[in-house]
Ligand binder design. Structure first.
Ligand code: IMP
Ligand code: MG
Length: 175
């Protein structure tokens, strides 16, 4: 593995504030409704755990595991689902929770998959929207932090399965 350094980018305090703001907006939009929250594993697990504890609507939680072949820092464009939904989303309001949207290929693939299951509505909440490498057209309903580029770790995000447990977000700088 190449040598690299981690540079602090988003502090735990900023993350708390960011999740609070997202939850406020989601709570307003779903008032009086119940929803199914779908976390995309593995990266969203910490963000999702913090977010759902601030959500007011009645909700059911489910997870999918999506992976794309490729090297450590860029998607190959081929998406595999290694764990599918376990609850029915037919006729339900679905909120998809993703850690970071980069090319958008992973999320687009899952949104297309969801459409076949005929939910009542689908919205997306992404902690980070990283725009520079976007390759597909996507509308993200709730975005915590918008960035152009950078490879980030911590708060669920990994570099080659490392650093997911860091409580804040760091940028990986390769030497
Ligand atoms: P996309 O299909 O290119 O949008 O990539 C989406 C997935 O790649 C995300 O769900 C992450 O798991 C991973 N990913 C993209 N950018 C980063 C990053 O900066 N750090 C860690 N993982 C990332
Ligand atoms: Mg992910």
């Amino acid at each position: 593995m190449e040598n690299y350094r981690l540079v602090p980018l988003i502090s735990s305090e900023e993350l708390v504030k960011c999740v609070d703001d997202l939850a406020l907006r989601i709570n307003r939009d779903y008032e009086g409704k119940s929803l199914i929250v779908v976390g995309i594993l593995k990266g969203s697990f910490i963000f999702l755990a913090d977010l759902v504890r601030k959500l007011a609507p009645a909700l059911t939680l489910d997870f999918v595991r999506l992976a794309s072949y490729g090297d450590q820092s860029e998607t190959s464009g081929i998406v595999r689902m290694t764990k599918d939904l376990e609850v029915s989303v037919h006729g339900r309001h679905v909120l998809v929770v993703e850690d970071i949207v980069d090319t958008g290929i992973t999320l687009k693939w899952f949104l297309d998959h969801l459409q076949h299951l005929e939910p009542e509505s689908v919205k997306v909440c992404a902690l980070i929207d990283k725009s520079e490498r976007r390759r597909v057209n996507l509308s993200l309903d709730y975005v915590g932090i918008s960035l152009e580029k950078g490879f980030l770790v911590g708060y669920g995000l990994d570099y080659s399965e490392r650093h997911r447990n860091l409580p804040a977000i760091y940028e990986v700088l390769f030497d």
